[in-house]
Design a protein around this ligand. Structure first.
Ligand SMILES: NC(=O)c1ccc[n+]([C@@H]2O[C@H](COP(=O)([O-])OP(=O)(O)OC[C@H]3O[C@@H](n4cnc5c(N)ncnc54)[C@H](OP(=O)(O)O)[C@@H]3O)[C@@H](O)[C@H]2O)c1
Length: 244
């Protein structure tokens, strides 16, 4: 059991709390995000709501779910303790910067989760103390402990492939839905097919397995490749990288 505090109980921090609230920790969340804080306290007997300093005073591990550009103003007046460990969820803020915001507490980790962490079964990109992040989240999720900030930046760009993949599934579902009696069932079929295919097989092996000459998968993939899907994707990733 750990005493965990959350400063900035927004969208992602709320999902993070939901993911670990059943594990018996004592969790205190900041009252500022009133609707999220009240919902968590209503759902879980071990979650309570307090002002920011009271959150810190009740916690040994502190999770920061603030917007990065507001963090200095919000954290500046607060007193951290040297025995506290801080996990920051803030994208674009390195461990050194977090250390400056939370001294004398230890900036233990940067962790960039996905909203699915609420239910578990998601990948978690992180830098820093993998033992701490693993102890809290590793039983239900997969921890990807990265080497340094440059690696985290590259992963942050690459994870954006989820939305274009979802776009392709959504467009295919619309095409299918115009031809079948139950469009909702069609979309469910496609989602399960894509998710289970990729979950079970390394991506290049999947392409090879679906490469029957003249087969449906091969013909559609070659059509997409001839239409420029690969250079468009590489250009998009390069643009994300140069803007980060
Ligand atoms: N969303 C994601 O999928 C995701 C994934 C990984 C990392 N992140 C990172 O997580 C951070 C939060 O993102 P988010 O999407 O969860 O944003 P969000 O929902 O806007 O969360 C920010 C929270 O900070 C609260 N806040 C503002 N001022 C405060 C204060 N003085 N004291 C305490 N709390 C205060 C806000 O409360 P009010 O609502 O009352 O203003 C809000 O609930 C960002 O740095 C983002 O880069 C997000």
């Amino acid at each position: 059991m750990m005493r965990i505090g959350v400063i900035g109980t927004g969208t992602i921090a709320t999902a993070v709390v939901r993911g670990i609230a059943g594990d018996g920790h004592q969790i205190t969340v900041s009252e500022r995000s009133a609707a999220n804080a009240a919902a968590l306290a209503g759902e879980f007997g071990n979650v309570s709501v307090a002002g920011n300093q009271a959150v810190l005073d009740a916690s040994d591990v502190v999770i920061l779910g603030l917007m990065a550009d507001q963090a200095a103003t919000i954290l500046g007046p607060l007193q951290f303790r040297a025995d506290q460990r801080v996990i920051s969820l803030m994208a674009g803020t390195g461990l050194d910067q977090v250390a400056g915001l939370v001294a004398p507490a230890k900036a233990a980790a940067i962790m960039l989760p996905f909203p699915g962490i609420a239910a578990g079964g998601t990948p978690i990109m992180m830098l820093g103390d993998a033992d701490l992040v693993g102890a809290l989240f590793g039983a239900k999720n997969t921890i990807f402990a990265l080497k340094d900030g440059a690696e985290l930046d590259a992963y942050t760009c690459a994870q954006a492939v989820v939305s274009p993949v979802a776009r392709m599934v959504a467009d295919t579902a619309e095409w299918l839905g115009a031809r079948v009696s139950d469009p909702v069932m069609g979309e469910a079929f496609l989602r399960e097919l894509v998710a289970s295919s990729l979950a079970g097989t390394e991506s290049r092996a999947l392409i090879a397995a679906l490469n029957t000459p003249g087969g449906y998968n091969q013909r559609l993939r070659v059509h997409m490749e001839d239409s420029g899907i690969t250079p468009a994707l590489m250009q998009g990733l390069d643009r994300l990288e140069s803007a980060s």
